[in-house]
Design a protein around this ligand. Structure first.
Ligand code: RIB
Length: 315
């Protein structure tokens, strides 16, 4: 049996995307435009990204749950086309495939509501059954759109099998220390970091990022990458800390920028590239994704990121 290099445990959603000039106030109706249905879900986006960015020669596997419907077929086809092994995605009759409604404002900022559906049908027994799939993976990637006890159990199973674990704490919520203990690399953005720390949401300037990553390390994770949007990211493992500058691009839609970042980072780390190079590769992949509409529709392939880095060699 081949050994998967990167395994993603998480959600698959069909995204219903609408551009709006401004978000509606409660009770208000506004007209939007450019409606599109685009494959998404934080887990599936990360798997898709890993598939596109790793290229041939890597084994990328998605673990998740969908319903028996057309959205499920579409989502699985999108992952297969990206080179992802979908044989560990199970189907349930108890719920429809997850969906997300996404409003995108001018400038690319988005607002997302997720109805998890089948993503919520995963349970702890599923997590136990993934032991073989996760064994000897270089990295196992998690987010928080599946039940928390599933994430908790699967993190422990992944670590016991020798894999490194990456947790994207999105959608943000308070997390128990017991769960965080199994996290090799935590990758919050500024809002998620604030929620994990119980502090008010704040914009973090790169020169203050170290304070925040130090506080996050005290929660029990082994290392942190704090995502700072277009300002880049800050890595800290308690011994080494380093800032990696972001890229300024014309943003169209920020959907899945964080997912693209995590996928690229996992690929680069699985390839054992130096940390600075891995962080820069992840920043570049995320920057490209925000220049396009949608989640999986926006995720670049490896050659695009390499060319982008070549063009932005000095930036
Ligand atoms: O991170 C972006 C994703 O969040 C979207 O694709 C949507 O499905 C939600 O899960």
């Amino acid at each position: 049996m081949s050994r998967p290099a990167i395994v993603v445990v998480g959600s698959l959603n069909m995204d219903f995307v609408v551009k709006v000039q401004a978000l509606p106030a409660p009770g208000q109706t506004v007209l939007g435009s450019d409606f599109r249905m685009i494959p998404g879900g934080k887990g599936a986006n990360q798997a898709c990204g890993a598939g596109r960015l790793a290229g041939s020669g890597h084994d990328i596997r998605m673990i998740g749950c969908v319903g028996y419907d057309l959205f499920a077929d579409h989502l699985k086809a999108s992952l297969s086309a990206a080179g992802v092994d979908i044989s560990s995605i199970r189907s349930t009759k108890s719920a429809a495939t997850g969906i997300a409604t996404i409003w995108v404002e001018p400038g690319g900022q988005n607002s997302i509501v997720v109805a998890p559906g089948a993503n919520g049908a995963l349970d702890k027994r599923d997590a136990e059954s993934w032991r073989t799939t996760m064994r000897n993976a270089a990295w196992v990637l998690f987010q928080l759109e599946t039940p928390l006890d599933v994430v908790d159990t699967a993190l422990a199973v992944a670590r016991a099998g020798g894999a490194q674990t990456m947790l994207d704490p999105a959608p943000a919520r308070h997390l128990p220390g017991e769960l965080l203990r199994h996290v090799s690399l935590l990758t919050p953005n500024e809002t998620e970091a604030s929620i994990l720390l119980g502090s008010p949401a704040q914009r973090i300037e790169p020169d203050r990022a170290h304070e925040m990553t130090a506080a996050l390390l005290r929660l029990g994770v082994q290392a942190v990458v704090l995502k700072l949007g277009d300002a880049g990211c800050f890595y800290d493992d308690g011994v080494r800390a380093q800032y990696s500058r972001g890229f300024v691009v014309d943003a169209v839609d920020a959907t899945a920028a964080g997912d693209t970042f995590n996928a690229a980072l996992a690929v680069a780390l699985a390839e054992k590239r130096p940390k600075a190079e891995a962080l820069r590769f992840a920043n570049a992949a995320a920057a490209i994704s925000v220049t396009r509409m949608g989640a999986q529709a926006s995720i670049p392939v490896r050659g695009e990121v390499d060319r982008f880095l070549e063009v932005h060699r000095d930036g």
